[in-house]
Design a protein around this ligand. Structure first.
Ligand SMILES: NC(=O)c1ccc[n+]([C@@H]2O[C@H](COP(=O)([O-])OP(=O)(O)OC[C@H]3O[C@@H](n4cnc5c(N)ncnc54)[C@H](O)[C@@H]3O)[C@@H](O)[C@H]2O)c1
Length: 383
């Protein structure tokens, strides 16, 4: 079996390619944590121009001016939408005001990148997708986890046939957001969300399950969550879900954000995955590393570590961690810009995301009804 090195990675499309960087002017609505600590620095690193920000809080606009020299700040997002030079709007508020902001941005004929979760219910997601089609602009959803290097490489290996027929997808997450978000007054509001684990986290993991399954949506999802009474969140914070695919794939999504002991021994805290196929396997941490083995091409294997931290200059707020995260957060914008120029729907289009929304809502409904629920039942409004 041949062990491949970095030259093999260069045959895979796992790094975003930005075209027409200078042809667009981006306005960010919701200049909070994700906007200032990930999106804006990673766009600027790629040569994109973020020219304005809108936020209901003056201090957020002040920070955008101080951190990035973005002096065009608006307390009312509609003033940003009225700017004729801005053609792309990145909506980084939380989900609650986002639907109306997105509809207004689409009506103003701006191309839109929406933060995840795209929607908390299916009807809202459909309304937004139809509004984008009616306006003739492109709509994309920010799903960076798909493109953290290990996940992007795994997807390339899958799509290029290195794993043969995929039959097993496992996604696992261990953390203690239940305590960390409760103790921080800035993030404490999340504890009130009854749908937090399914909607906020499910938006990553059920989407990633589809990504590794080549875009296929499960037929049914059986999910169960538990509470022990010591949690701070109103949402269940420890959940297991099984996904049954018509093609024969089985998917396991395990989300635990109630752990009081997330790091045990030398284990990495966070999110990891494993995808098995008839000809190979790929496994790793979703952000930092991966290993794979394949019987294709005479047998190859490889192991890659992406945990090298970015410099303080590249990651001024210590929230981007490494190039894998920086480039993962750039990909959805790269896809949006590609779709603007080709007229094709991007890989993370709003229409594609309807399947991910239906999947995480099906999982939540399954937990509630104690039976398997198909995403199709969510689409039909039957569950
Ligand atoms: N993809 C990821 O890895 C990732 C990570 C963190 C957060 N997120 C998502 O990003 C979104 C924002 O999270 P955050 O942690 O940055 O939150 P945040 O609260 O730090 O930032 C949101 C900002 O939106 C502003 N805002 C609220 N209502 C507004 C309105 N009507 N008009 C203009 N601005 C408004 C707030 O004042 C705030 O500054 C959430 O949906 C979250 O799920 C994604």
């Amino acid at each position: 079996m041949e062990t491949v090195d970095d030259s093999f990675l260069s045959t895979l499309a796992y790094r975003p390619v930005i075209t027409h960087a200078k042809a667009h002017r981006i306005g960010v609505i919701g200049a909070g944590r994700i906007a200032q600590q990930r999106q804006i620095p990673c766009y600027r690193n790629a040569g994109l121009e973020v020219v304005a920000a809108a936020d209901v809080k003056q201090e957020a606009l002040d920070r955008a001016a101080e951190n990035f020299g973005i002096t065009r700040g608006y307390l009312d997002y509609r003033d940003l939408l009225a700017q004729p030079d801005i053609d792309i709007v990145d909506i980084c508020t939380n989900t609650f005001p986002r639907k109306q902001i997105t509809l207004d941005a689409l009506a103003a004929r701006k191309h839109v990148l929406s933060e995840k979760p795209f929607a908390r219910n299916y009807a809202d997601a459909v309304e937004i997708v139809e509004a984008a089609d009616a306006s003739g602009v492109q709509l994309a959803v920010h799903q960076p986890t798909r493109w953290y290097y290990p996940c992007a490489i795994a997807r390339e290996l899958i799509m290029k046939g290195y794993l043969g027929d995929v039959f097993y997808i496992e996604l696992r997450m261990h953390g203690n957001q239940d305590t960390i978000y409760y103790e921080d007054p800035v993030t404490r509001w999340h504890t009130e969300l009854k749908d937090h684990i399914f909607v906020e986290w499910g938006a990553h993991h059920f989407d990633l399950c589809r990504w590794f399954a080549g875009g296929e949506t499960p037929r049914h999802i059986s999910a169960f969550g538990t509470v022990r009474g010591n949690e701070h969140f109103k949402s269940k914070m420890a959940v297991s879900a099984s996904c049954d695919y018509a093609s024969g794939i089985v998917g396991c999504v395990s989300m635990d954000q109630a752990s009081r002991f997330p790091r045990v021994g030398n284990t990495r805290i966070g999110m990891n995955f494993r995808v098995e196929g008839t000809q190979g396997v790929v496994a790793g941490d979703m952000v930092f590393d991966l290993a794979f083995e394949s019987r294709i091409n005479g047998g190859i294997s490889g192991q890659f570590d992406f945990s090298q931290p970015l410099s303080k200059e590249e990651d001024p707020f210590g929230y981007m961690w490494c190039a894998s995260v920086r480039d993962g957060h750039l990909w959805p914008m790269a896809e949006l810009i590609r779709s603007i120029h080709t007229g094709e729907k991007g890989l993370c289009s709003g229409r594609d995301n309807l399947h991910s929304v239906a999947s995480y809502l099906a999982a939540m409904k399954s937990d509630e009804l104690h039976r398997p629920v198909g995403p199709e039942e969510i689409v039909q409004g039957l569950a």
